[in-house]
Design a protein around this ligand. Structure first.
Ligand code: NAD
Ligand code: UDP
Length: 338
């Protein structure tokens, strides 16, 4: 069974490609390398021992997206990771985010309908819950987005509901990720952010390896056990396996929504201390004011994925930090090392 993985050379996509190959699926990756590098593909091929097919394709290009399906009539399902994902950047460049994330998805769905492909797994985000009204967050919690990035995720979710309602052949899984971290245990693939990282764990990783001086900790006066923000960090390999489970379960028409998280909340200091254990030395930090738009706490109720997909995150925080450090130590400049 051939699965088209858009954004398959990116952070989560590359790990998911390996999980799909492990599970016996065939994979075709489509990416335009706007936020990834050919080295990621080389490493995925090396780790899998397979010459994984790749199409250099900007999904904003309608003709190119159509041609992808025309050239691969055996595509049976699509896992759609391709998209821009920086919340802050989306506030300054909303047109870029709407243009990229929405147009790509529309082109894909158009081609899917034309070529009779109806199984779709979408990378949504816990950002659609905004500032949660209660914790842990269930899939039926109220939705509220605070950035153009978040709005593209919510708009695509709604678009998919409309399309599935109008065409009952569509089977759609909306996967709302909590905070993906960590790396493949080989240390060969992992997160390779451009410039200074926005997210906590890649920032800590770069402090640990000496590329950045100190971690800014944004706020210590939240209503949380130690005053810093609490999040649900999930190992990227668990997340990747969640996609395989979602794909396997996608047998009936309709739209299904799942939180992919661990259900556990950790504070910024919890992460710093666990990372110090992983790397064996202190992480320098400086307290800073709260970051605009941040919420105090956000963690999943993952029971729907456990009960329906028979999937559960297995890797703990120590494993997340050890694997992140293993990748960072082996690749201090990310994929630029080669
Ligand atoms: P990433 O940037 O590493 O991967 C996205 C990939 O999509 C990149 O390889 C990029 O080159 C490709 N891409 C972007 N626009 C494209 C286009 N128009 N045509 C073809 N390829 C294109 O990001 P990631 O962390 O792997 O995230 C994957 C998905 O999961 C994204 O949709 C993101 O919004 C979503 N998500 C990520 C997180 C997170 O914290 N990493 C959390 C929630 C949701
Ligand atoms: N955070 C921090 N310093 C950083 C980056 C993040 O203190 O350099 C905090 C942030 O305020 C939040 C948590 O770490 O409480 C997770 O932030 P991240 O950006 O990784 O994820 P998100 O905010 O999207 O959940």
């Amino acid at each position: 069974m051939l699965i088209l993985v858009t954004g398959g050379t990116g952070y989560i996509g590359s790990h998911t490609v390996l999980a799909l190959l492990d599970a016996g699926y065939e994979v075709l990756i489509a990416d335009n390398y706007i936020n990834s590098k050919p080295e990621a593909l080389r490493r995925v091929r090396k780790l899998s021992g397979q010459d994984v097919p790749f199409a250099l394709c900007d999904l904003r290009d309608e003709a190119a997206t159509d041609a992808l399906f025309a050239a691969h009539p055996d595509i049976e399902a699509v896992i759609h990771f391709a998209g821009l994902k920086a919340v802050g950047e989306s506030v300054h460049k909303p047109f870029l985010y709407y243009d990229n994330n929405l147009k790509s998805t529309l082109n894909l769905l158009n081609a899917m309908q034309k070529y009779g492909v109806h199984a779709f797994v979408f990378s949504s985000s816990a950002t659609v819950y905004g500032d949660p009204v209660s914790l842990p967050i269930r899939e039926d919690a109220p939705l509220h987005v605070a950035s153009p990035y978040g709005r593209t995720k919510l708009m695509i979710e709604e678009m998919l509901r409309d399309i599935a309602q109008a065409d009952p052949a569509f089977r759609v899984s909306l996967l709302r990720y909590f905070n993906p971290v960590g790396a493949h245990p080989s240390g060969l693939i992992g997160e390779d952010p451009n410039g200074i990282p926005n997210n906590l764990m890649p920032f800590i990783a770069q402090v640990a390896v000496g590329k950045l001086d100190r971690l800014p900790i944004y706020g210590d006066d939240y209503d949380t056990p130690d005053g810093t923000g609490v999040r649900d960090y999930i190992h990227v390999c668990d997340l990747a396996e969640g996609h395989v489970a979602a794909l396997k379960a996608l047998t009936a028409p309709g739209v299904y929504t799942f939180n992919l998280g661990t259900g556990l909340g950790y504070s910024v200091f919890d992460i710093v201390h666990e990372y110090e254990r992983a790397c064996g030395h202190p992480i320098a930090y400086a307290m800073k004011p709260r970051r605009a738009g941040d919420v105090a706490s956000c963690y999943a109720d993952p029971s729907q994925a456990r009960d329906t997909l028979h999937w559960e995150a297995k890797r703990d925080l120590a494993q997340m930090c050890e694997d992140s450090w293993n990748f960072q130590r082996n690749n201090p400049d990310g994929y630029n090392d080669d």
